[in-house]
Structures are given as C-alpha cells and as structure tokens.
Design a protein around this ligand. Structure first.
Ligand code: SF4
Length: 64
C-alpha cells in the first residue's frame, strides 16, 4: 500500500498543497504541511498538489 508523505526537511510552508487539496493536506503547528488523509491519494487534486509543490516535498512511500 502506498501512502502520502510530506518531507518536512523540504517543505517551506508555501501552502500550495493545502490550497489545492485540503482533503489530504493541512498545516501542522509549525506551519508546514502534513498529510491528514490517506484515502484516494491518486485523485486529480492530490496529483495536482504534488506536482505544484515547489520543493518536491510530497511523495508516495511504500507502507510496510
Ligand atoms: S506545496 Fe510543498 S512546500 Fe508548499 S506547503 Fe505543500 S509540501 Fe510544503
């Protein structure tokens, strides 16, 4: 199973992913993006959010 992951080392908190796909992304207490939902992670909105991230901080990871 794939899951979404935000690399907090790369995230600059620009908010693009949250604006595009608030179903999957929200800000954490540090103002960085975090994944809030791992359902339907290949939706058009989710793919758009991933490709809109300026630092390529969002990726799919294999869940063990
Ligand atoms: S688009 Fe990328 S850099 Fe911007 S808040 Fe989302 S994960 Fe962080």
């Amino acid at each position: 199973m794939k899951k979404l992951e935000v690399n907090k080392e790369l995230c600059i908190g620009c908010g693009a992913c949250v604006a595009i796909d608030s179903n999957h992304f929200d800000f954490d207490e540090d103002g960085l993006s975090e994944v809030i939902n791992n359902e339907d992670i290949e939706s058009e909105e989710c793919l758009n959010a991933m490709s809109s991230c300026p630092t390529n901080a969002i990726s799919y990871q294999e869940e063990n």
